[in-house]
Design a protein. Structure first.
Length: 438
């Protein structure tokens, strides 16, 4: 891109042909901000079409909508995460665009930071360049991902709520601790560059991050009329480092460090904010957009994955205990990260206090072999698990019931792969019981 600033006009219309313009404005796309613009349009109720213009050039048309207020009879939304460009195509996004949800809930791992792979197949999709550490390198990575037409279609079809997970910066980072301790001294600068590129490239109503030594707050609340109270979490920026060297798939008893009561997942301020958001809510359903699996997925006491809430057991006990005591009604947690589909109960002192829907990856390769499906299904707090497919989850919510449909991609190596329904799960209002196969 040139270093000049560029004036961008945005327009909103009630119709896709833009014969009449409902509202318009201008933003300056500056080189400093990677030529991104964050235009905030005041929309009438309902959906609207939008586009951008620079000189004679006109962008494709997108659809957005203002979050409704008051009584809402139904909402339909998609939840998705983990779209490693090198691992496969985005048939899941094509299916999301076809279904035209009211909104998308993006749970993280929008980009992956790995260096470009040497692909044996010349037609395979690969990252370009080294592992990003500078803002220019992260920008280029976002540009690569956003060149995908199915991803563009999913963005154009509805507004997105976006949170991040680890790969927007680096695998399994924790606060300002990088994966490789030797890189600690440069990590705050690297994380700032990654956060900055994230802000530039995501449709978020947030100010940019201000510096490597400052908090960048992205946890926030949204409402969808009286139907949904949505809490969007940040499970990376404030967490304690993973215990016991972040081992995975160990069947040994948990190491002592994991039970240290000072260890945190969300940090004190965010945890208090989350409890306030949940306990003050008057919405029918309380929804949490969450990074890593919250349900107890330990196997005979062993922590299979120290990066998940299982590796932060005291913090989880405190959170779910508070939710239990406060009697937070109709709690639904939606989670990504782990590249498998699962449904679980969130329990405290033997009682279910909520339900967790874990959405599988859009394209990122599975981390656990499909032959372990039965083992995962046998974990007491898990209702179901599907390990063999990529996909996403689709949620249809009314005041009376929550319906989660798990969509799976037949073959993620094909952009036009068939996408079908693996299973549906229902939760009735006032109940924390999952009914499968509805
Ligand atoms: Fe991932
Ligand atoms: Ca992740």
């Amino acid at each position: 891109m040139p270093t000049d600033d560029i004036q961008v006009v945005w327009e909103v219309s009630d119709t896709a042909d833009f014969v009449t313009i409902a509202t318009r404005g201008q933003e300056r796309a500056t080189a400093e901000n990677g030529h991104s613009v964050h235009a905030i349009a005041t929309l009438p109720a309902g959906s609207g079409f939008y586009r951008f213009r620079v000189g004679q050039y006109v962008s494709p048309v997108g659809i957005t909508r203002a979050a409704p207020s008051g009584e809402v009879p139904e909402v339909r939304f998609a939840a998705a995460s983990c779209q490693n460009y090198q691992n496969g195509y985005y048939a899941a996004h094509r299916d999301i665009a076809d279904r035209a949800p009211d909104f998308m809930l993006w749970l993280g791992d929008y980009i992956y930071e790995g260096a470009g792979a040497e692909a044996a197949d010349p037609a395979a999709r690969v990252h370009l360049g080294p592992e990003p550490t500078t803002v220019e390198e992260y920008r280029n990575r976002y540009a690569r991902y956003k060149s995908d037409l199915n991803l563009q279609a999913a963005h154009a079809v509805c507004p997105w709520f976006v949170i991040w997970d680890d790969h927007e910066v680096e695998n399994n980072y924790a606060g300002i601790t990088p994966q490789t301790v030797a890189e600690s001294s440069e990590f705050a600068e690297r994380r700032f560059a990654a956060y900055r590129a994230w802000w530039e490239h995501q449709p978020v109503r947030l100010p940019p991050p201000i510096g490597p030594d400052s908090e960048y707050r992205i946890y926030r609340q949204a409402s969808w009329g009286d139907l949904l109270n949505v809490a969007l979490l940040d499970g990376r920026q404030y967490r304690s480092d993973q215990a016991c060297g972040d081992i995975v798939l160990s069947l040994d008893p948990p190491c002592a460090e994991s039970a240290d009561p000072t260890r945190t997942m969300l940090g004190d301020a965010q945890e208090q904010w989350l409890l306030d958001t949940l306990t003050k809510s008057t919405s029918q359903w309380n929804v949490v957009g969450n990074q890593v699996v919250l349900a107890n997925a330990t196997l005979n006491g062993a922590i299979l994955n120290y990066d998940q809430w299982d590796g932060y057991p005291v913090a989880r006990e405190q959170l779910l205990g508070s939710v239990h005591t406060a009697n937070v009604p109709n709690l639904i947690v939606i989670t990504g990260d782990i590249h498998l589909a699962a449904v679980g109960y969130l329990t405290n002192e033997g009682a279910a206090v909520g339900v967790e829907f874990v959405t599988t990856s859009v394209s990122s390769s599975g981390l656990i072999a499909a032959e372990f499906e039965e083992v995962l299904r046998g974990i007491p707090d898990l209702v179901d698990a599907e390990l063999a497919h990529r996909g996403y989850s689709f949620h249809t919510v009314t005041p009376e019931q929550w319906l989660a449909e798990y969509r799976i991609v037949a073959d993620a190596s094909l952009p036009d792969s068939e996408v079908s329904t693996y299973a549906e799960y229902r939760v009735d209002s006032g109940s924390s019981t999952v009914v499968s196969g509805v």
